[in-house]
Design a protein around this ligand. Structure first.
Ligand code: BF8
Length: 678
């Protein structure tokens, strides 16, 4: 097993090779050192995390504090105990994560409404079949109606989900029946997106909810309003407006930047503007404008989840994941970095001042001091996109020396749940049957979702790639979203030919038979809802139990850093999945002498497992995460009565075996093929 380094000393500055496994990142970190600028990597080295706040022992909810609960038996000034403080901090993070994803979904719902009413310049409804399917699922009439009429009604229905006060959030009806009943029984079925987020904030105001498991009960409800609400709505509408992803060829890493073109990097999360910028780069007027400025054209690439949105739909290259946003600027080759919402470092502006790069903010919700603000308005979307590109092109003349690392990898993204369904059965027999059969036979041992951020507190990309590599060898099919997908793309895991030499024999047979890579890129972080849908469809297909908690499936976010990740983790747990988070555990602070002082961490593991069949654990090392993943998969296989995993039973067929046979002399080849000379 590859050596892993989960944490690094805060006292010493890491070398580029210690900070990242990615040679492109290493090259740029060396440039940062040469020119004497900081990055998130070096700032993480210089700033040790607060050892009180990091483990949930600090309460800053009122002005009697902040209170540090570091001594055994100590409480806040109001008397709040450590478990209450940890639960309150946790639910506040879940509420922020749920709000971020869901507000993104809300904005897309308003964009859908505007498109339906002809008020959004440049947009159209790309996936009419998905629009009709989703609308029919909510009993919206679809026959003899135009796509715009259907979209208008669906937009209204989705907009209403945010402000709904009572009843059941409608997308939850897509969960398995048994799971929905469980949520109803436990009282965690979300009512409306905004209501759950607001209630989370109310409950954690000074003097409110003070029983940690009761607070966490509402954390579950708030997270479900994200996963089976706001995020699911965001994925649905993105597919309707911009097209449901299907596999295509893409590229990832900083080597996608072009020396002879105007480089525009889009960074953030919402696809509304980035999709328009994609369209604008093809506009003859823009191409001419770029040529007049002395460039060969405009080269667009992405960072973070915006990268995933346009990569999986149009094949626009990904310049990198979260920790590469500053590194892209360090190449000196970026004319403009266009940002919208979430995961945008404030340090970008100061760093860009060392180069010619312009940082352009576009969301009415996100301004950054020193950046150029060009506000996005869907009614003039294409015009604004062209204005942004012209601004970037005008900046090309100011470009100085460039250092673009010569590293990029091919990948095949675009595995929406619709495409997975199709690829397993074709147009007429689209089905999850082959996947379920492969799991039941043991060719595929189980499924792991390796997702989430990169975090400068751990070696960049190492946990994602180590865990993925080891699970593939153990015949575990891996699905990916977010920054993790970009990390694994850089090592070639998202490209069948490269990756298949590194996977177990049974998984290899399935990948070859179906024609897929062993790591399926399913999109951005809101698209974790596609994974919920896949898990539900696996349950509904039959043979693997009647609820998600029975599936041999595990979720991992080994380098997480954002509050959104905590919301995602919680809604997966509540959906029945064992979730492993790496790095720091925000609820691990304990009073050594008080035996029940790890109440919150224990409850998230054992209490939640008892209630939901899924549990949340924070583990430090990759080896431990891999071991726990495989143990859980094997235990769930045994509980289902499936055969014990045995890789020696497979690998006798497949492309590799055929290549071996082809290389044999004719007599031996006949013997291998027909069992006797012919
Ligand atoms: O939403 S994986 S660093 S980019 S939070 Fe951010 Fe984390 Fe990346 Fe996408 Ni998700």
């Amino acid at each position: 097993m590859a050596e892993t380094e989960s944490t690094t000393s805060r006292r010493k500055r890491r070398t580029p090779e210690e900070a990242s496994i990615d040679p492109a990142a290493q090259e740029m970190l060396a440039v940062a050192e040469q020119i004497g600028v900081t990055t998130a990597f070096s700032r993480a080295d210089l700033m040790a995390p607060c050892n009180i706040g990091a483990v949930g022992m600090c309460c800053s909810l009122c002005a009697m504090g902040p209170c540090r609960l570091t001594k055994d038996g100590s409480t806040g000034i109001c008397g709040a105990t450590i478990d209450t403080v940890q639960a309150r901090n946790f639910i506040r993070s879940v509420a922020a994560g749920s709000a971020a994803h869901s507000d993104h979904g809300r904005d897309l719902a308003f964009t859908l409404k505007a498109v339906a009413n002809g008020e959004a310049e440049g947009y159209s409804i790309r996936d009419i079949a998905k629009l009709r399917n989703i609308a029919a699922g909510y009993d919206i009439p679809i026959e003899d109606r135009s796509p715009e009429e259907i979209a208008d009604e669906l937009a209204d229905l989705y907009i209403a989900q945010f402000g709904q006060q009572r009843g059941t959030l409608l997308p939850t009806r897509r969960a398995p029946e048994k799971r929905r009943k469980l949520w109803d029984e436990l009282g965690v079925t979300p009512r409306g997106v905004d209501r759950e987020v607001v209630e989370a904030l109310h409950r954690t105001h000074m003097g409110d909810d003070q029983e940690f498991s009761h607070i966490l009960h509402h954390a579950v409800r708030t997270s479900l309003a994200d996963g089976w609400g706001g995020s699911m709505i965001a994925t649905d509408i993105s597919d309707i407006l911009f097209g449901t992803p299907a596999p295509l060829l893409g590229e990832a890493n900083l080597g996608v930047l072009k020396d002879d073109m105007v480089n525009v990097v889009v960074h953030g999360h919402e696809p509304s503007l980035s999709q328009m910028i994609v369209a604008a780069t093809q506009d003859p007027e823009i191409i001419e404008y770029a040529k007049a400025a002395g460039a060969e054209g405009v080269s667009l690439s992405g960072i973070c989840c915006t990268a995933n949105e346009i990569l999986m739909r149009q094949g626009i290259p990904a310049a990198g994941n979260f920790l590469q946003q500053e590194l892209a600027i360090l190449t000196g080759a970026v004319e403009a970095m266009v940002v919208d919402v979430q995961c945008i470092m404030q340090a970008l502006v100061g760093l860009a001042e060392n180069f010619h790069t312009k940082i352009i903010t576009t969301s009415p919700k996100v301004h950054i001091k020193g950046a150029t603000h060009m506000e996005f308005d869907e009614s003039k979307a294409l015009t604004i996109a062209k204005d942004i590109l012209k601004f970037a092109i005008d900046n090309y003349a100011h470009r100085g020396e460039t250092k673009i690392p010569d590293y990029k990898s091919l990948l095949i993204p675009g595995f929406s749940h619709e495409y997975i369904n199709y690829m397993l059965g074709g147009s007429y027999r689209a089905s999850f049957r082959p996947l379920n059969d492969a799991i039941m036979s043991g060719r595929i041992r189980g499924v792991a979702a390796v997702v989430g951020c990169t975090n400068p507190r751990v070696k960049h990309d190492l946990m994602h790639t180590t865990i993925t590599e080891e699970l593939l060898k153990e015949d575990v099919l891996v699905v990916e979203t977010g920054c993790s997908a970009i990390a694994n793309a850089k090592l070639g895991f998202l490209l069948g030919d490269v990756a298949l030499d590194r996977v177990g024999p049974g998984l290899r047979e399935i990948c070859e038979a179906v024609g897929i890579p062993p790591v399926l890129h399913m999109g951005s972080c809101v698209d974790n809802t596609r994974i919920l849908t896949v898990l539900t469809q696996m349950v509904e297909e039959g043979g693997l139990g009647d609820d998600i908690d029975q599936l041999p499936a595990v979720g991992l976010a080994p380098e997480w850093m954002s509050e959104k990740a905590l919301s995602i983790a919680t809604y997966f747990v509540a959906s029945g999945v064992y979730v492993i988070m790496g790095g720091s555990n925000p609820v691990e602070g304990r009073e050594e002498k008080v035996p029940d002082s790890v109440l919150v961490a224990d409850y998230m593991r054992d209490g939640w497992e008892e209630l939901y069949g899924g549990k949340l654990e924070f583990l430090k090392e990759a080896d431990e995460m891999i071991r726990c993943t495989l143990e859980t998969i094997d235990r769930k296989r045994a509980d289902l009565g499936l055969p014990e995993y045995d890789p020696t039973r497979f690998g006798q067929s497949g492309d590799a075996r055929m290549e071996e046979i082809d290389a044999l002399p004719i007599e031996e080849r006949r013997l291998a093929l027909y069992g006797q000379p012919k």
